[in-house]
Design a binder for this molecule. Structure first.
Ligand SMILES: *[C@@H]1O[C@H](CO)[C@@H](O)[C@H](O)[C@H]1NC(C)=O
Length: 342
């Protein structure tokens, strides 16, 4: 789950109202830089994971991971412009397509996720594809959803042709438009994953929900493309999104986070840290807010920016660029991403 609280640990050292951007110009195009972004919250006694692995007790709890080819069923809830759908689909279709983009690519980024195995030694699949889509244009369950009613949205979708119940390889990704509110959205979560209950949907299906925060709380869930209001939101410090869409570019990183966790912990009994399975710390949570080498302490890590100042760390198909957080590597015992400088 992408909760807001792990974010806090990143922001211990802050310079009020200043973007103390350190711009390093390498002799390459695009430019690498490691921006310091005003923090989400000031209060934190929380731990930071990226430097040290001593305190991270990520454990395998013997449950399954998504080791067979992953079929994503997309549910577009509410009104979604075609351009926004294409942006998200380009990201998802970049995961498996290792020839579609130069390094560091989305496909290289998923390699870290595929290092997780189950008790039979099977790795998480590197094959991820969009197997079906459903548009719930009429907000079948209203414009406010809850953790339970989102399961009814899935039930509605699987009951509609041509959307199959794929209980072998399917995961269901519910994406809500910017006018849809969700229980705890913006306050405690930007996205979450879980599985459906047979009593609601007829099957146990792993799913994730991610909302477009563009109108509701970009400074929370589309960070670092918007910064908290008390810092003069949208002022110095925020980064320019790679595709010019604060809400959806922000969603892409949350979708990546949730897919990584859904794949490594689909039934919430596989890979997580902490003793409490109702509040697990998962492989995305451990690296929240970290996008490159040298991140932490208010810095997001070394990422790239193009000639127009758009910030990114991954290349995708169709020439797309994305900014996606790093993932905890079970091999390195540290956060990892393909744009690492070392
Ligand atoms: C599977 O995971 C193991 C352990 O993390 C790793 O060493 C291996 O390279 C992975 N295999 C593939 C095919 O990704």
């Amino acid at each position: 789950m992408l909760s807001l609280f792990p974010n806090l640990f990143l922001f211990l050292s802050l310079l009020i109202g200043l973007c103390n951007c350190r711009v390093q110009t390498l002799n390459t195009n695009p430019t690498h830089f490691n921006p310091q972004v005003p923090p989400l919250r000031t209060l934190s006694s929380s731990k930071r994971f990226e430097g040290s692995s001593e305190f991270v007790k990520l454990k395998y709890h013997m449950g399954p991971v998504l080791s067979s080819p992953i079929n994503i069923y997309l549910i577009w809830y509410g009104k979604w412009p075609q351009s926004q759908k294409l942006l998200i689909k380009d990201f998802l279709n970049s995961i498996s397509d290792h020839r579609a983009a130069p390094s560091p690519s989305v496909s290289d980024w998923w390699r870290t996720v595929s290092l997780y195995t189950d008790q039979t030694g099977a790795n998480i699949s590197r094959s991820v594809s969009i197997a079906g889509e459903y548009s719930d244009l009429r907000y079948s369950h209203g414009t406010h959803l809850t953790r339970l009613s989102v399961q009814e949205v899935i039930a509605t979708a699987v009951q509609a042709k041509p959307f199959p119940v794929d209980h072998r390889n399917g995961i269901y990704l519910i994406l809500t438009a910017e006018d849809v509110t969700m229980e705890d959205f913006c306050r405690a979560v930007c996205g979450f994953h879980y599985f459906t209950f047979p009593s609601k949907v007829g099957y146990t299906l792993p799913y994730a929900w991610v909302g477009n925060s563009g109108k509701q709380c970009p400074e929370v869930c589309a960070y670092p493309f918007a910064v908290p209001g008390y810092m003069g939101g949208g002022g110095p410090g925020h980064l320019t999104p790679p595709n010019g869409d604060v809400g959806v570019d922000g969603m892409v990183s949350v979708i990546g986070h949730e897919l990584a966790e859904l794949s490594s912990n689909p039934l919430v009994n596989a890979w997580y840290a902490g003793e409490d399975p109702t509040a697990p710390t998962e492989i995305g949570d451990l690296c929240e807010g970290l996008y490159g080498t040298g991140g932490g302490g208010g810095y997001i890590g070394s990422v790239m920016k193009d000639g127009e100042g758009r910030t990114f760390n991954l290349n995708g198909r169709n020439g797309r660029k994305f900014l996606v957080q790093w993932i905890w590597s079970p091999v390195l015992k540290a956060c990892a991403g393909p744009n690492a400088l070392d």
